[in-house]
Design a protein around this ligand. Structure first.
Ligand SMILES: *[C@@H]1O[C@H](CO)[C@@H](O)[C@H](O)[C@H]1NC(C)=O
Ligand SMILES: *[C@@H]1O[C@H](CO)[C@@H](O)[C@H](O)[C@H]1NC(C)=O
Length: 386
């Protein structure tokens, strides 16, 4: 519509039809404002169901009477049937991602395109909520239309009708488990991860095959024990007594990446009806809920690093396997792609492991950077890099 405005303003320059142009521009302006208001205005929240029906494989993708924790009118706004297939699914990857963080999702898609994942027996979805560009200044404002276009292209988004917020991450995490139990029960495993995590899926699968034992409940990842809520009000991760009354969290797995099964996802979902909402999502799901559900943890922290620099050092070393298979991207989404290339090449060449005296934590020289493996984590101390 406003392409026409441009045309008309050309004519305007020629001094023709001045009044018509003014009127037209006015109409353009008003419609644009109304349109933008519709998109940005928080009072229109939750968003109405989208007009454009996205690839709906069967009728059940948009159930209307659902409850998610204490959200009584939970709905999926975008959904995809990525698990519908005749072929056995080894794992379904559910990735929490901020609606506005298109860059992280495209880095993930570039590093592990859908067909490459399928080849590994993996299906993938990104878990989103509704972004309000006014609140989410960190990201270039992403409109709902842009998300629909993204989904049209990749068919890998799952969006709930609650708002993007740190304190809503537990909803997002539980939405992922709900989604798995509804739409991907046939997967053997569930890999939950964040979108800023770097991972070598080739070796992760290998480790899963080695360590996982099929019959007992499964929660496997970076185990955090003896951690305490942050009680300093000035801290960004401050937790009030009413949010969490205890002095210590139960053992839990870092939400960076952990592995479970659809069956255990269902068990966690089931007990969530009895456990009060707590906004630190990994503590809530893999700690509080797991405790009530009686699911114990398998610790594989030796494969995790808290330092993206170690991953950089691995990429530069063209000979050896990396000491780690999971780590933070240190704010650089492209690190995942570079790490994946290294991993794929090592997979092909059967790289040897580094000898213990050449361990990365002794030889990798880089400026110190550190990421805590959980939101609101108060206890992990940075370790010196060298
Ligand atoms: C979380 O989502 C709910 C439901 O959309 C919304 O009412 C609430 O304001 C959100 N929380 C925050 C902290 O934004
Ligand atoms: C360094 O890493 C090796 C394994 O790669 C581990 O056995 C050792 O405990 C680590 N040392 C330190 C100081 O973290």
């Amino acid at each position: 519509m406003c392409a026409k405005c441009d045309n008309l303003s050309l004519r305007n320059q020629m001094g023709l039809l001045h009044n018509t142009v003014t009127l037209f521009l006015l109409i353009c302006g008003v419609s644009l404002t109304v349109f933008l208001c519709f998109i940005f205005d928080s009072t229109t929240f939750p968003l109405p169901k989208l007009q454009k029906p996205l690839p709906v494989a069967h009728n059940g993708l948009f159930p209307t009477t659902m409850q998610l924790l204490d959200l009584p009118h939970f709905q999926y706004i975008i959904n995809n049937d990525v698990c519908m297939t005749d072929i056995a699914i080894f794992a379904v990857l559910i990735i929490t991602s901020h609606a506005g963080d298109i860059e992280a999702r495209s880095a993930m898609r570039r590093a592990y395109p859908e067909d490459k994942l399928k080849h590994l027996g993996i299906r993938r979805i990104f878990l989103l909520a509704v972004s309000n560009p006014k609140d989410d200044v960190r990201y270039n404002s992403v409109t709902q239309n842009a998300l629909e276009d993204e989904n049209h292209r990749y068919s890998d988004l799952v969006q709930g009708n609650f708002r993007e917020a740190y304190r809503n991450l537990t909803y997002k995490h539980m939405m992922g488990l709900d989604w798995v139990t509804k739409y991907c029960q046939q997967a053997q495993y569930v890999i939950k991860m964040d979108d800023d995590i770097v991972v070598d899926f080739y070796r992760l699968i290998h480790i899963m095959n080695l360590i996982v034992q099929d019959r007992r409940p499964l929660l496997m990842g970076y185990l955090l024990q003896g951690t305490r809520p942050v009680r300093e009000p000035a801290n960004k991760w401050f937790v009030t007594q009413s949010e969490f009354p205890g002095s210590m969290y139960p053992p839990f797995l870092s939400g960076w990446l952990y592995i479970t099964t659809p069956k255990d996802a269902r068990a966690l979902l089931e007990v969530s009806k009895t456990v009060h909402y707590f906004w630190i999502d990994d503590t809530y799901v893999t700690g509080l809920l797991a405790q009530v559900a009686g699911i114990s943890h398998q610790d594989i922290h030796q494969y995790f690093t808290l330092h993206s620099e170690y991953l950089e050092c691995c990429i530069q070393d063209k000979i050896h396997l990396c000491d780690y298979i999971v780590g933070p991207n240190g704010g650089d989404p492209v690190l995942l792609l570079r790490f994946q290339r290294h991993a794929a090449s090592c997979q092909e060449r059967k790289c040897p492991q580094r000898s213990p005296d050449r361990a990365l934590n002794r030889t990798c020289v880089a400026p110190k950077k550190f990421s805590a493996p959980s939101q609101g984590h108060g206890e992990v101390k940075p370790v010196p890099l060298f």
